[in-house]
Write a protein that binds this ligand. Structure first.
Ligand SMILES: Cc1cc2nc3c(=O)[nH]c(=O)nc-3n(C[C@H](O)[C@H](O)[C@H](O)COP(=O)(O)OP(=O)(O)OC[C@H]3O[C@@H](n4cnc5c(N)ncnc54)[C@H](O)[C@@H]3O)c2cc1C
Length: 312
């Protein structure tokens, strides 16, 4: 561990302070400051004692430009060795602006962060999660991480001093802001996932997958084309490097070819079953059980058999 280190943390919302405080604690930072937008009560709940001071911006949300402007002020004031932000879109956007203006080396989506004498070492997944890159730089540097990775290490006591700052004027006026409409599907914690791919010819045919998922107590997920190209299912169902990572006990992939961009997000599944009419489909290299069949012939039979067996 590195002796004296000053860390500046920023977030897109106070809940992210939990994991980032965990990282600060794990790094053994000698001084730490945090910048977050949010309501007074929410920020107080997440003002962990590991921070010397939490700067609360009096706004529910900030644009990346506003966040970067505030960060620059704090960077000049505290001269941190390390700046840490959340690996979310606005967090990376704001971080890139600060890194560019201060000529800082920047690493995104680090899964581990270590300090050694005078330097920073991070690990991040590359090649769709198939390999891990180990990268080093001098300090100061900027890194973005998924805060959840350090939540377990978060200190329990709060009570850091909180200073309230005004948000700077935004260059772009936000007229309205609505959260995306989501279906109530929790792919990431589902124990059984039935994945659908381009082997399905029509949206209505997905009813077979829904029925299978219902019988097994699971949920339906999809490959990218089903969500992004055809719009048959919402983004919550998207499995892959650009969508959700799943770790079910059972993943049944139907009419999915098994490209690395899809499979990288399914490798923590306990058992993978693939149903595909092409015996050379790459998915069979990853599957524990493979069924070479036309899904339109196989699924109705499977569903009937399961109904009989389960009495549903
Ligand atoms: C930067 C980047 C990021 C990406 N991110 C993702 C991502 O996050 N998630 C993702 O899924 N993809 C992602 N992709 C796309 C990915 O490369 C593939 O194009 C996509 O996963 C293919 O989807 P698919 O398997 O449904 O379709 P296809 O590759 O077209 O496969 C369809 C399969 O269905 C089988 N089939 C056809 N008819 C039947 C039938 N009647 N019965 C049984 N089987 C049948 C075929 O044999 C074939 O294997 C990304 C691509 C890029 C470049």
């Amino acid at each position: 561990m590195y002796g004296v280190v000053r860390v500046l943390v920023y977030t897109a919302g106070p809940a992210q302070l939990r994991g980032l405080a965990g990282l600060v604690a794990a790094l053994g930072a000698s001084e730490a400051f945090a910048l977050t937008p949010g309501r007074e009560d929410e920020v107080a709940q997440h003002a962990y004692g590991v921070f010397n001071r939490v700067y609360r911006v009096d706004a529910e949300r900030l644009t990346p430009g506003q966040l970067a402007e505030l960060l620059e002020g704090l960077y000049a004031e505290h001269q941190p060795d390390l700046v840490v932000g959340p690996a979310v879109k606005d967090g990376v956007d704001a971080g890139s602006r600060l890194a560019a203006r201060q000529s800082l080396p920047m690493f995104t989506e680090a899964v581990s962060v270590e300090l050694f004498d005078g330097g920073l070492r991070v690990r991040r997944q590359v090649l769709g999660g198939r390999a891990m890159a180990v990268l080093e730089s001098g300090l100061p540097a900027l890194v973005t991480v998924k805060p959840q990775l350090w939540e377990e290490k978060a200190p329990s006591e709060t009570g850091a001093e909180i200073s309230t700052v005004k948000p700077p004027a935004a260059l772009v006026e936000e007229e309205s802001w609505e959260p995306k409409k989501r279906e109530a599907v929790d792919l990431e914690s589902a124990e059984v996932v039935v994945g659908v791919g381009r082997g399905f010819r029509r949206k209505e045919d997905l009813a077979m997958a829904e029925e299978l998922a219902r019988l097994l107590g699971g949920v339906v997920g999809a490959s990218r084309p089903i969500v992004a190209d055809y719009g048959w299912l919402s983004e919550d169902r998207w499995i892959g490097i650009s969508g959700k990572k799943i770790r079910p006990k059972l993943y049944i992939a139907i009419g999915i070819s098994g490209t690395p961009q899809h499979m990288a997000a399914t490798m923590d599944s306990k058992v993978i079953v693939a149903i595909n009419k092409d015996k050379n489909a790459p998915i069979f290299q990853y599957a524990d059980y493979g069924v070479v069949a036309d899904l339109y012939k196989f699924l109705p039979v499977l569903i009937e058999k399961l109904k009989e067996k389960l009495g549903k």
